[in-house]
Design a protein around this ligand. Structure first.
Ligand code: ADP
Ligand code: MG
Length: 646
């Protein structure tokens, strides 16, 4: 995960959106009133101009409109000039002054009011795209029903602290994150995960703010304050992602930085050359130069990338795909290889213990209970399967102490003073504990498609457990879809034993399986894949795969909803465990790049046409502004379509 530019957005060369990254509510509405005032005065001026013939009646109205409309552009032009930048606002102010100088009152008024109106509209549309996400927070109910010793009480959600018991009635939107204490219900998590099917919830399950309770009532122990809920973090992450500048955008900003001064220079030539060299009338050529200046606004061009990206990020978030910035989206579009972790990514991560095979002189329940003592302290999916099996068989599971994870290998600890180790054949081979007997059992277990977990007490192997994992529903279809999208290689990288990994890999149709990989091997594999085939996206669970996710060009974490670490570390976080969101994200990234290219083409083509018309003297000032407004509107309309992309 390369570090994306996290610098706060810098005001770019032009246009409304740049000034509105932190819109002060009052500032924005004052601007709205000034804009409305200017537009009204222009309309009045036109009306007066139509019923009277003498310009002296309408001229003051137009001048007033020009002045009112210029207040905000002038203010921002000065700000830009202080930073030694010539921006569109300065161009507009010059155009207005010039138009007044040659007594084109109506033109002056038209130019500023159209310009102001265009900027206002752009700011509104960009703001709407941004607020699409923040709006999710407003859906959360402002109060919750808390169960307290002496009864139920309504409390504002800001006052609720972790530990409180909240009552969620059927049909309620859940207000805070928590764990179900009692009750049973189906919860629609679509607002966060984009999953269409409701999820069953019972005691012990996590529920999330912003999701919608179905038919049952739930009592939920609150786990997070309002500001820390998963939903609040998502909103925060999307907003900061939207504020980042994507590479294309940085390029366009640089482009605009020399483009605008270049057009100013051209405008100066347009005034001076014909007048000085050819003795042409000054007024005519000054007017043409002014039109050229207005045409020079790279508005549509500068706005083209941010609206596309902001819309795409908002649309993705609605599908439960959290993209941490335009840069990641752009990189995803050019990914050639996609590598998946196996356990918990390609597979459900809910393993089953299928077999317990004690070595001679030990019993099955002894081996299972001893292993479960260590695994009860481990977070690995293998561990959960072992513990569940021990509990189901009614074994008394002790608790190991000093337990530590051996990443990619197993876990070790101490049970009643005895050293206890659970792990894969690789770990046992490294430690020289692989007895011929256990090696044979492990080979038999893996030959039948299970993953062997060996168990040792005080350095002696006492048995082998066989666990198995099922591919996620639709995983094979996703692999096929990725191939169809032109990815050259779909790879499975796993810490699991080779035979078990191969069995799942060939079932899913991946091109390559890299098994028995330690976390560092996964990092090396990602580097090797990049060297051989090009840009790599790595999909993993975000916790034990974090180094490989970081090494990839794009790191994608699955099932991030319950995991803060995954949410924070990935470039792209899939809130739910739905693999189909990966082809969706790739399609979206490519559609976004195409969208940006179309927008840039629209803006440049219109500019080019109007530069020619302006020099030829066919275009008027207000036509130039209208063309620019039109281009911006077109670009915005094209970009917001990405919000609905599926
Ligand atoms: P994956 O790459 O498939 O997600 P991991 O890197 O998490 O796998 O783990 C690799 C292997 O290490 C597992 O397949 C398992 O054999 C072993 N392992 C890891 N943790 C444990 C544990 N707590 N108990 C037993 N085996 C474990
Ligand atoms: Mg894993």
């Amino acid at each position: 995960m390369s570090t994306a530019a996290t610098a706060p957005p810098v005001a770019a060369d032009c246009c409304a959106h740049c000034d509105d990254h932190a819109p002060a509510a009052t500032g924005a509405s004052v601007r709205g009133w000034f804009t409305a005032g200017a537009v009204a005065l222009v309309a009045l001026g036109c009306l007066v101009g139509a019923i009277t013939t003498a310009p002296w009646w309408s001229a003051p109205l137009f001048v007033a409109a020009a002045l009112i409309g210029s207040v905000f552009p002038a203010q921002r032009a000065v700000q830009a000039l202080r930073k030694r930048r010539l921006d569109i606002n300065a161009l507009m102010v010059v155009a207005v002054i010039g138009a007044i100088a040659i007594r084109q009152w109506e033109e002056a008024a038209m130019v500023v009011s159209l310009f102001a109106a265009a900027q206002w509209l752009e700011a509104q549309s960009l703001d709407r795209a941004r607020k699409a996400i923040a709006g999710l927070l407003d859906l959360v109910p402002p109060e919750v029903l808390l169960r307290e010793g002496d009864g139920d009480r309504k409390v504002g959600i800001d006052l609720v602290t972790p530990g409180a018991l909240m009552i969620v009635r059927p049909g309620d939107r859940i207000a805070l994150d928590g764990v179900v204490r009692s009750g049973r219900s189906d919860v629609n998590q679509a607002p966060i995960t984009g999953e269409s099917l409701p999820v069953e919830k019972a005691a012990g399950d996590e529920v999330f703010a912003g999701t919608i309770n179905g038919h049952g009532a739930l009592t939920v122990a609150v786990t997070r304050r309002r500001a820390d809920t998963t939903l609040a973090r998502i909103v925060h992450l999307v907003e900061s992602a939207q504020a980042q500048r994507a590479p294309t955008q940085q390029f366009i900003d640089r482009f605009a930085a020399w483009y605008t001064p270049a057009v100013v220079a051209l405008a100066v030539l347009v005034v001076t050359l014909p007048v000085v060299v050819l003795g042409q009338p000054f007024d005519t050529w000054l007017y043409r130069a002014l039109v050229l200046l207005v045409v020079a606004c790279p508005c549509a061009l500068v706005i083209s990338t941010p609206v596309s990206i902001v819309s795409a990020l908002a649309g993705a978030a609605r599908h439960g795909v959290l993209i941490k910035g335009g840069a990641h989206l752009e990189r995803l579009a050019s990914v050639r290889v996609i590598a998946f972790d196996k356990t918990g990514t390609m597979t459900t991560g809910r393993l089953d213990l299928d077999e317990t095979r004690p070595a001679a002189g030990h019993s099955a329940s002894e081996v299972l209970a001893f292993a479960a003592a260590v695994e009860s302290q481990s977070e690995h999916p293998v561990a959960a399967a072992v513990v569940r099996a021990a509990v189901e068989r009614g074994l008394a599971v002790r608790t190991a102490v000093d337990v530590r994870a051996l990443p990619g290998l197993g876990a070790e600890g101490s049970v009643d003073g005895a050293a206890a180790v659970c792990g894969n054949p690789r770990l046992f081979a490294e430690r020289g504990w692989l007895t011929p007997e256990c090696e044979a059992i492990a080979a038999d277990v893996s030959a039948r498609g299970m993953s062997p977990v060996l168990v040792a007490r005080n350095g002696v192997a006492i048995g082998v457990l066989g666990v198995s994992d099922r591919p996620r529903a639709g995983a094979a279809a996703v692999v096929a879809d990725l191939h169809r999208q032109g990815l050259t290689r779909v790879v499975m990288i796993t810490g699991d034993h080779e035979p078990a990994a191969r069995a799942i890999g060939s079932h899913l149709g991946v091109d390559e399986v890299r098994a028995a990989q330690l976390p560092q091997d996964k990092v090396d594999s990602v580097a090797a894949l990049r060297r051989d085939h090009g840009s790599v996206a790595m999909v993993g669970d975000g916790i034990n795969d974090a180094p490989a996710l970081a090494a990839a060009d794009v790191g994608i974490a699955m099932g991030a909803m319950g995991s803060d670490a995954a949410l924070e570390t990935a470039d792209i976080a899939l809130m739910a465990g739905d693999l189909a969101k990966i082809p969706y994200a790739i399609r979206l990234s490519r559609a976004t790049l195409t969208n940006i290219r179309v927008n840039v083409a629209i803006s440049l083509a219109l500019k080019a046409a109007f530069v020619v018309l302006a020099v030829a003297g066919v275009a008027t000032l207000w036509m130039a502004v209208l063309a620019d407004t039109g281009a911006s509107a077109l670009v915005v309309a094209n970009a917001v379509r990405l919000r609905k992309f599926t």
